[in-house]
Design a protein around this ligand. Structure first.
Ligand SMILES: Cc1cc2nc3c(=O)[nH]c(=O)nc-3n(C[C@H](O)[C@H](O)[C@H](O)COP(=O)(O)OP(=O)(O)OC[C@H]3O[C@@H](n4cnc5c(N)ncnc54)[C@H](O)[C@@H]3O)c2cc1C
Length: 204
């Protein structure tokens, strides 16, 4: 699967997206470009987001791989995160069934943000994991490399660098925990509101 929100000129600020949709009979017709989309070239299904040509409000959609008017291209020459293949995606009068609208019409950004909350947390947790590996490598190397009669780990400046990395990891880890607790509180609150208002029943 893929999650196609970002555009060439709408990254941190997805509310400024320019991809549009219009409804025609039982279909929605999408036009626009998405950028940097993980798994975009091989996903069977992607979620995407577009602005209603009439109302300007953003809705979410499920787009299948073989939809007419959908074009994907792998972005080459990335400088990092090489295990993720990112894609440019183009919708050129891309036709999808109206029933593929995800969630309520005009509520697309809420759908996107609900996915981003967990996505950002997992990226942050992953970054802590990468730092832990870097620290382990640094310690191992500094204990094995001999210079001026002793291993690097015996030099005070190297010890200071390693202590600094360890401190950064510890503070990052607690920021991730803090964000996870905030996420849990938000989800508990939303659940309690749903039960109070019979929100789900209304949606059905
Ligand atoms: C490996 C990778 C995988 C990705 N996968 C996906 C994916 O699957 N689906 C998807 O939709 N997108 C994906 N993206 C895109 C990602 O969501 C965007 O890169 C991100 O939203 C930032 O947008 P941008 O790159 O356009 O940067 P910009 O929005 O142009 O930001 C550039 C810099 O300016 C800073 N900045 C921006 N606005 C402000 C502000 N108001 N105040 C202060 N500083 C600001 C930012 O922090 C950043 O440092 C991926 C990106 C990468 C690198």
């Amino acid at each position: 699967m893929a999650f196609a929100l970002t555009e060439p000129d709408a990254g941190s600020d997805p509310a400024s997206m320019t991809t549009t949709f219009e409804e025609k009979d039982s279909q929605c017709i999408l036009n626009g470009k998405k950028h940097g989309i993980g798994n975009g070239t091989f996903a069977d299904v992607m979620t995407t987001y577009a602005r209603d040509r009439q109302t300007g409000k953003i809705s979410a959609f499920i787009v299948e791989k073989d939809s007419p008017g959908l074009r994907t291209q792998e972005m080459k020459n990335k400088i990092g995160l090489l295990t993720v293949k990112n894609a440019e995606i183009e919708f050129q009068d891309c036709r999808i069934a109206k029933k593929n609208m995800l969630g309520l019409k005009g509520q697309g950004l809420s759908v996107a943000y609900s996915a981003l909350i967990d996505g950002r947390l997992s990226v942050a947790a992953g970054a802590v994991g990468v730092m832990e590996d870097c620290l382990a490598e640094s310690i191992q190397y500094s204990k094995s490399r001999l210079q001026h009669g002793s291993v690097l780990a015996r030099k005070q400046l190297i010890q200071q660098h390693i202590a600094f990395i360890a401190t950064c990891i510890e503070s990052s880890r607690w920021l991730v925990y803090r964000a996870a607790i905030a996420r849990q509180r938000l989800f508990d609150y939303v659940e309690s509101q749903k039960q109070q208002d019979g929100w789900l029943a209304k949606l059905d």
